[in-house]
Design a protein around this ligand. Structure first.
Ligand code: 26Q
Length: 767
């Protein structure tokens, strides 16, 4: 009732002429309602042990529906909005808060939701990029990027706290870091935590002497240099940028966050030695400069280096998200010296401490150097300092221990933990799939909202009538997705087709190209009159490519060309459709996961650290068509391998064949594989004269200076994959298949980020 009144007030004040107006009115009304509780929770979190999550990315998506849902005021607000002629759904037009690339940033968002729901004091710190991940459209099948000006119509979910600004000092400039706080509302509003994002601003606005002498443009140069720091998210995912501005971003937000933490402690009369009551979780190596920065700040307070570093070892914990060599962060010492010279002496001291310790233990330096060869190795800095190091799925943690970080594991085995990722069921079931949510609640109650394991009760509700209703819900979600895709992409899909979905960043290791080749092969076989019983299937892709990742862009173009040809072929388009949705993001994902029949998780074994989209599709009742990789393994274990479609080489096999693998032999030996691959070069598909399809072909058969042919083993897995796909196709539509789908939903409980956050709290943060 209170919220409804406040909505009317803001609607009167600003009008509700556009969806953005409506969004502002609703959001401000909610902000007003939660304000006092939010403040009280911030104060309460100052007592006792607490944790912070430092991350260069927070992929929050849209806040409004999730917040209304967590506050349990959806119906009340819907009624209020309808009273002046609007619809809740109108707010689907407001832009996502997309300050992240993919999995790592979305995981951070799920973690904040879970911590608030569990009543755990966990605040996030990051960067308030003016432009988030680029918006994507296709021109003639090619990806084209545009700026994501996500605050153009305002940002009603954040509060600018100028009074809490801090100064960040670089070697060549000083800037202001101004915090913007967003409330993180736990389910039932039990706890409201805070996401604090820093915006870079000039220290003194204009350079007045330059202004007075008429050099107006020059006078704004300092402003622009400062604002540049938080202007744009680097759109790289699992590849490195190595750019000075990126380093500036990393130091900017970690320095501001550490200063903020210490200032608040000082105000509360607490010591800056915070190892006993603060844990700082580092989301990959991107915030690892927080370590020397904390040491520097302690030394500035008069603490000796040895004591300062000993304290740092009690504060920081590090999560690794990748085994891709090209994504492991390294910085040139020269760049570090120019941009953050104050950290270099500290980094050198840490290096010496490491070398001394290794000498005493009689362990060689090996690959563990932090500063060596004119390079700063961020993962080594993290592993040497952090009291806890974790991977994000069982197999990933094992690979870290055996390979990527093996020397650190040998030195400090007790520091290593596995923390299998999770997703929040509030967004990925309650908000994304209200029909399935209601189906579940009718049968097992609504306890799943805070205890996802209760979904196991669904096993008692898999009779014929339950199954029919489950299928009807999936069918309705597929219809809704088809309508949305028709409106957005101009492609019409039939909800009676199997919806086979691969949604994730575009990367060679994720093997979207393998999916594409399998589609081409299926097409060729249908054209030849094979596969008489093939059930109509729509292959749906969503992915952004890093703008400079030529091969990934080639794969997008290839799939778009496949879609163009196949969708227009009357001989097969009653059974085969392909669509690459544009501008895939969190909000699009919410519609896609609710409508998936088949979840494509086909990375080369040992390459995908965990995956989290796999969990979202599983929760919504899709079967996994996947490799033994990342969390797929744990998904199959939880739901039963017989209820999923696992195929392909395991990591042990790939490791064994890596040095002798001859891609060409597979190509020559399998006529179907060859026929599909040859469409890259035989003119079947047109790459617009770019040569990019030929380059893909060469990457598979010739390799390049930096890699062997087919480095992600598409050819090794092609036949296994085709067979697994045809098994899915044969099973679809049977009662056994529906049962598999339901078993996946029923056993998704382990993949709640509530479980993951509970483990972090118990084993790492001790809160
Ligand atoms: C690094 C340096 C410079 C610029 C950008 C980057 C950068 C940015 C983002 C490097 C990596 C990322 C993102 C990595 C990522 O999203 N990894 C994914 O993390 C998920 C959550 O743990 C896992 O589920 C995925 O398996 C993993 O790929």
């Amino acid at each position: 009732m209170e919220t409804a009144k406040a909505i009317e007030k803001y609607a009167a004040l600003y009008g509700v002429h556009t969806p953005a107006d409506l969004h502002s009115a609703v959001s401000q009304a909610v902000m007003e309602e939660i304000a006092v509780k939010w403040r009280a929770d911030q104060t309460a979190a100052e007592q006792g042990r607490r944790a912070y999550y430092l991350s260069a990315e927070f992929l929050m998506g849209r806040a409004v529906f999730n917040n209304l849902s967590n506050l349990q005021i959806v119906d009340e607000v819907r009624a209020a909005v309808e009273r002046f002629g609007g619809k809740l759904e109108d707010m689907e037009e407001v832009p996502d808060m997309a300050l992240g690339n993919g999995g790592l940033g979305r995981l951070a968002a799920c973690f904040l939701d879970s911590a608030a729901t569990l009543g755990k004091p966990l605040d996030g710190y990051g960067i308030r990029y003016q432009y988030g991940i680029f918006k994507q459209r296709f021109e003639n099948g090619f990806q084209v990027e545009a700026a994501d000006d996500w605050t153009a119509a305002g940002d009603p979910w954040s509060v600018r706290r100028y009074g809490e600004r801090v100064v960040v000092t670089f070697g060549d400039m000083r800037v202001l870091a101004v915090p913007y706080d967003t409330p993180i509302i736990g389910y039932g509003a039990k706890t409201i935590n805070t996401l604090r994002l820093w915006q870079a601003e000039p220290l003194d606005g204009f350079d007045f002497p330059a202004f007075d002498s008429g050099k107006y443009l020059k006078s704004t140069a300092g402003r622009e240099a400062a604002e540049r720091i938080s202007s744009v998210l680097y759109p790289n995912d699992n590849t490195k940028a190595g750019k000075a501005l990126r380093l500036r971003q990393e130091y900017f937000f970690t320095s501001a966050s550490l200063q903020d933490i210490l200032r608040r402690r000082k105000a509360a009369g607490k010591s800056p030695l915070m190892g006993d009551d603060v844990a700082v979780q580092l989301n990959d190596t991107h915030p690892v400069f927080a370590i020397p920065e904390y040491v520097r700040l302690l030394c500035a307070e008069g603490v000796a280096f040895e004591q300062a570093f000993a304290e740092a070892k009690k504060v920081f914990a590090y999560t690794n998200h990748t085994v891709m060599a090209e994504a492991l962060e390294k910085w040139d010492v020269a760049t570090v010296k120019k941009i953050v010279p104050a950290l270099l002496p500290i980094l050198n001291k840490i290096e010496r401490a490491l070398e001394n310790e290794l000498r005493e233990k009689n362990v060689p330096l090996g690959r563990k150097a932090i500063v060596a060869d004119k390079t700063v190795h961020m993962a080594n800095l993290a592993c040497y300092t952090a009291y806890a190091v974790n991977g994000v799925a069982k197999i990933h943690t094992e690979i870290l221990k055996a390979d990527t970080l093996s020397e650190w594991y040998a030195l400090y085995p007790e520091r290593f933990f596995n923390m299998t990722n999770g997703i929040t069921q509030r967004r990925w079931l309650a908000t994304a799939n209200p029909k399935l949510a209601a189906f579940i609640t009718e049968r097992v109650g609504d306890g799943w909202l805070t205890d996802l394991k209760t979904l196991e009760g669904l096993e008692q509700h898999m009779g014929e009538r339950d199954a029919a209703e489950f299928v009807a819900i999936k069918r309705a979600n597929k219809q809704a997705l088809a309508d949305f895709i028709e409106q957005k992409e101009g492609v019409r899909l039939d909800p009676d087709f199997i919806f086979d979905i691969q949604i994730k960043r575009l990367h060679e290791y994720k093997r979207q190209l393998l999916n594409a080749l399998a589609i081409v092969s299926t097409y060729q076989r249908l054209k030849d009159g094979e596969l008489p019983d093939f059930k109509p299937t729509a292959y749906i892709f969503g992915a952004k490519s890093a703008p400079g990742y030529f091969r990934a862009k080639a794969v997008i173009k290839y799939i778009n060309e496949i879609a163009r040809k196949l969708n227009a072929d009357p001989q097969t388009n009653d059974r085969l459709r392909v669509v690459f949705v544009s501008d895939y993001n969190v909000s699009y994902a919410e519609k896609l996961v609710a409508a998936g029949d088949v979840s494509e998780q086909i990375s080369a074994a040992g390459t995908e650290a965990s995956g989290t989209g796999n969990m979202k599709l599983m929760l919504n009742g899709a079967v996994t068509l996947g490799t033994y990789d990342g969390a797929n393994i744990e998904i199959a274990e939880a739901a039963g391998e017989e209820n999923n479609y696992i195929f392909g080489a395991r990591v042990e096999e790939l490791d064994a064949i890596r040095n002798t693998y001859e891609a060409r032999k597979f190509y020559e030996a399998d006529a179907r594989l060859k026929a599909a691959v040859d469409t890259l070069i035989d003119g079947t598909f047109d790459d617009g004269g770019t040569g990019m399809f030929r380059e893909l072909y060469d990457s598979l058969l010739k390799g390049a200076s930096w890699h062997r042919p087919d480095q992600y083993f598409l050819f090794r897995d092609f036949d296994d994959y085709m067979r697994a796909r045809l098994r899915v196709n044969a099973d679809y539509g049977t009662p056994q298949f529906v049962r598999k789908c339901m078993m996946n939903t029923a056993h998704a409980g382990r993949f709640s980020s509530d479980r993951t956050i509970g483990e972090y709290c118990r084993d790492i943060w001790k809160i």
